[in-house]
Each structure stands twice: as C-alpha cells, then as structure tokens.
Design a protein around this ligand. Structure first.
Ligand code: ARG
Length: 560
C-alpha cells in the first residue's frame, strides 16, 4: 500500500536497473502544487549519467511506466509527474486498512529480537517528578512502537534505590522521623526528611559525614541500615505503582541499582584484568580518550552510579541478549551514558553498539526547572488526579448519561497529560500547564480522543456493517484522509528509527483534522447510496486513530 514504492519499482524497470531501488524511493518527491500531480521524479541528476537532457530522460521514463492506479503520467520540464487514480487508490487503501484492522502499520524491523528499554526509573524516597513522567511516557510509547515493529521489548524500571542519598535519609529519619507518618504518606514524609537534611546540613557540616558513614554501613550490609532501606523502598514502590496503574503502564523488571550490588565486584575485577583501571587521587577510574575519566570506585571504596550501570548493562546483555538497548533518561545525563558506552567499548563488548541514550528536555514551570531538593516540585499523582477530575467534570456536563464515566475520565485525564508531553519533540523543553493539556481543541489528547468518539458514534448511528460490499465511489473530499491513512506505516517506521513518538502524536492530530474537515463538508449519513463508502472511510479513520493513540499509551473511548 505504498504508491511511492510502486512508482520506484516502475522507475527501476524503466531505467533498466541502473539505479538502486532504495535510492529511487528517496528521490521521489511530492510536487509543490496539486496540478503537478501526486508524485514527481526529478531527472536532473540523471542527465550527467546518461548524457541526455533531463527533459528527454523524463519523456522516455514516462513512456515506459504503467500502473492500474496511475491515472496519468507526464514529463514536464525535467520531471516525471504521476497522477494517481484517486478513486481506485481510495478504494484500495480503505480495503487494506479494513482487512488488517489494528495490524495496519505493522512492519518488521526487529525480527523478533530483544530491545531493552530502561525508562521511568524514579528514585526511591523521592517524589515521582515531572522528569520521570517524561521518561515514563516516552519510554512506554517507544516500547509499544518497538513491538509494532516486531521487536520484543523488555521494559526495565531501573529504580534509583541505592546511593548516598540513603545515608542522608537514614540520618534524617533517625534524628527527626516518625514511623506512623512515614507509613501514612511515605513519599511526602520522606521528602520532608530529605529537605530537612539539606537545610540542616548547610548549618552543620558533620551531618554530611554522618550520612556518608551510614551509606557505607548500608553497603557493608549493616542490619539496621538495611532494614530501614528496605522499608523506604517498599513504601515508595507502593506509591509509584499507583501512578503506573493510573496510566496503564507495566514493567518486566524492577531491578534497580541495588540489584547490582553483588554484581559489581566482577566488573571491577574484569576492568583490572584488562588493565583499564587507574588510580587517581585514591579513587579508581577508567581513563577515556575524548571524555573525562569514568569514576568506578570512590576513595572510601564505595561504588557509583556508573559502576552500577556497567554491571547492569552486562547483566542485561547476558540475560536478554538484546540487539538494542535504550536508556530513556534526561538530557543532563548525556556525559554519563557516553562514558558508560565508551568503557564497554574498551572492554571489547561489541554489543554496546546497540545501546542508545534517548535523551529528553526538561519540564519547566513558569519557565524554570523543577527541583526536588528545595521541595519545589509538582507531584505527579496529584497532576494525574487533577486531570482526571477535570475530565470527569467535563464529561458530566457534556454527556450526563454516559455509563462508564469514571473509566472514560481516567482515559481522557491521563491521555491529556501523556499527549501534552508526546506531541513535543522529546529534546525540547516543555512548559507544564494543566489548562493546556485539557483543552479539547487544538493539539491535545482529548481532541484526538473526541474525534475517535465521533467516528464511533457515526458508525453506530449509520449501523455500519463490515460485511456489506465495499463500493468504490469515494468522495474526492476524502482524499486528504486517504493520503494521511497511507502515511501511517511510514510514520511508525520513522518514530522507531528516530526514537521519536512525537511523529505519531503529530500524525494523529493531522488525521483528526483531515477527518473533521471532511465531516464538516460531507453529510456522511444523509445519502443512502454513498453511505456505505463514507462509513467505511469513517471506520478506517477510527481504526488508525485508535491504533495511533494506543502506540502513545493512550486509550480511545467509544463515547465521551
Ligand atoms: N534514577 C535515575 C534518575 O532519576 C535515572 C536512572 C536511569 N537509568 C539508568 N540505567 N541510569 O536520575
């Protein structure tokens, strides 16, 4: 269902195989103006090769190419212009989408091989920040897109459940903590303690040393330290799970940093054997050519974030044999991942070539970064709950008789938050705005969901039945919808190759707009003769909108 490829096939034959097909596909353009046709092939580059004028080459090619879906093909000033037979193409596209349903757009890039995706990965005992939201929604979408492209995604939540902050937290809890309060509101209370630690540590420098001491105890397996840590972890995970449940997100692994505690020594030994470790001011580092050295062990013998990531990478390769491995982590950790990949490269791990850091920009509030330390942070669970409550209010007003109001409100509320993020290219910073997220007009999740619900309602009202014979009398007004439907597989491919879900978000907006324009100009249900053809377009749009939203991790209610 790709007429560009058909055209390229024709070109390949016409040129007697003198140019690669893949190159020809890339050369096919979309003409600037509609009167020039639907596809165009410029012959200027070929002039040198064939020692002929572009125009005579164009004439020769145009003479040789034929296709049942090409209405006309002509040579104009060095271009071969193709006019598609819009009725035939429409009918083929609709038939194709309706026969494949939600499988439409699937492509085999992954050959059923594993891609590990490290995403979300919040830090225990700290609030789930908007930065972690970004990682969560981008990572989840990438997993769904990868699956659509025949990869086997392994979703890994690399919890930040180890590190010096636990030393600080233990000190703070022992000094100022209250067990009952922690049980009631774990994250809130642990954050209060964490913030208090930093305030007090500014006045009393001994606190930092104490915290270091407790972290060392934790690493050495001290009983009291360990059971406090375990408790903080459990309570925090319970709270994070509520967020994942609201958003309908699952993980295959919750192995966090602590999981690698007993797997690091082997890595350090390996580095030693390979002569890659050097001592620097008492610490152990791997020197790197074009990057700052990668710190493996501190002076006091404790390990670091990078040490755990090294062990994790090796563990993942040994366990899952991934061909690709993504890390959906903020922009600010770019250096860390460069160092990680460089160290693995030095260790001779060829598979590190399949590893990619997928960075993203910041979520800003009033143009400023949100930070946990000073307690200035928007709590994600509250944001989601606010969004769901707003959606519920809206539904109660607009559609008081809707049966599953609560579930639809959940889908619309979370969908709004997710879409607000994913419609932006991931590296751009985004401004946090609940009002923007929930607008039903413009580029929002609810706008696309609303369009989907409209298609459902039309199909119900028109009593559309798939079994009826598909007519081929398609309105010319539907052409923008048809071209948009045709583009879906390519959009998915690009989203996968560029690790960029915003391609799909922008796509569903565009398809919704095309559909709503059609809806505004054609009376879909009024004419009995055309009804079946029109409803089949409506159905194809519904299938693709729903699948597009699903790939973003967003539900598509039938009614709202
Ligand atoms: N917990 C880290 C943070 O919040 C992110 C971890 C990302 N994953 C990784 N393998 N380093 O900054």
């Amino acid at each position: 269902m790709n007429f560009k490829n058909d055209f390229a096939d024709g070109l390949y034959e016409a040129l007697n195989g003198q140019l690669d097909k893949s190159r020809l596909v890339l050369m096919v353009e979309k003409p600037k103006f509609e009167y020039m046709g639907d596809l165009a092939f410029p012959c200027f580059e070929l002039a040198k090769l064939f020692r002929k004028s572009p125009h005579s080459i164009a004439i020769e090619i145009a003479d040789k190419i034929q296709s049942p879906v090409f209405e006309k093909i002509e040579a104009v000033s060095g271009y071969v212009n193709v006019f598609l037979d819009k009725k035939k193409v429409s009918s083929e596209v609709i038939k194709h989408v309706l026969s494949l349903k939600e499988n439409y757009g699937a492509i085999n890039l992954g050959n059923d091989q594993v891609i590990t995706i490290d995403f979300s990965s919040p830090n225990i005992a700290k609030p789930f920040s908007m930065g972690h939201l970004r990682s969560t929604v981008i990572g989840n979408a990438l997993a769904l897109i990868a699956e659509k492209c025949s990869y086997r995604p392994v979703r890994i939540n690399h919890l930040g459940d180890w590190g010096t902050q636990f030393g600080k937290l233990i000190v703070a809890y022992k000094k100022w903590g209250d067990e009952g309060k922690v049980i009631q509101h774990p994250i809130k209370e642990l954050l209060v303690l964490y913030v208090k630690f930093h305030e007090e540590a500014e006045k009393d420098i001994c606190l930092d040393d104490e915290a270091r001491g407790w972290f060392k105890k934790l690493e050495d397996g001290d009983k009291e330290a360990h059971s406090l840590w375990e408790w903080f972890r459990e309570e925090s995970l319970k709270e994070f799970s509520k967020i994942y449940e609201l958003m309908g997100i699952n993980f295959d692994s919750y192995h966090g940093e602590a999981f690698y505690n007993d797997k690091m020594e082997r890595v350090v030994e390996l580095l030693k054997e390979m002569n890659l470790l050097e001592e620097s001011e008492g610490a152990q580092v791997v020197p790197l050519e074009e990057l700052p050295p990668c710190l493996i062990k501190k002076r006091d013998g404790t390990t670091l974030y990078a040490t755990r990531d090294l062990a994790a990478a090796i563990y993942r390769q040994e366990t899952y044999h991934f061909v690709k491995s993504l890390y959906v982590v903020g922009n600010e950790q770019t250096l860390h991942f460069k160092q990680l990949f460089a160290v693995l490269d030095k260790m001779g791990c060829q598979w590190q070539e399949g590893m990619t850091h997928v960075p993203f920009g910041m979520m800003l509030k009033d143009g400023k970064k949100m930070s946990t330390r000073k307690g200035k942070v928007v709590l994600l669970e509250e944001v989601l709950k606010d969004a769901i409550a707003l959606a519920l209010k809206d539904i109660k007003q607009k559609n008081p008789n809707l049966v599953s109001k609560e579930e639809v409100a959940r889908q619309v509320g979370t969908g709004a938050v997710i879409f607000h993020d994913l419609k932006n290219y991931r590296l751009n910073d985004i401004e946090f705005s609940l009002e923007d997220m929930l607008r039903f007009e413009g580029e929002t999740g609810p706008y696309v969901q609303y369009t989907h619900a409209r298609t459902s309602s039309l199909l119900r009202k028109g009593q559309f039945k798939e079994t009826m014979e598909l007519s081929s009398s398609f309105d010319i007004e539907a052409w923008p919808i048809i071209t948009s439907l045709m583009a879906f597989p390519e959009v998915i491919k690009r989203a996968m190759e560029e690790y960029d879900p915003s391609q799909i978000a922008k796509y569903v907006i565009e398809l919704s707009r095309a559909f709503n324009k059609y809806y505004g100009s054609v009376r879909i249900l009024d004419d009995e003769d055309d009804k079946q053809a029109r409803l089949s377009i409506v159905y194809a749009v519904k299938i693709v909108l729903k699948e597009g939203l699903r790939l973003l991790g967003i539900g598509a209610p039938e009614e709202m």
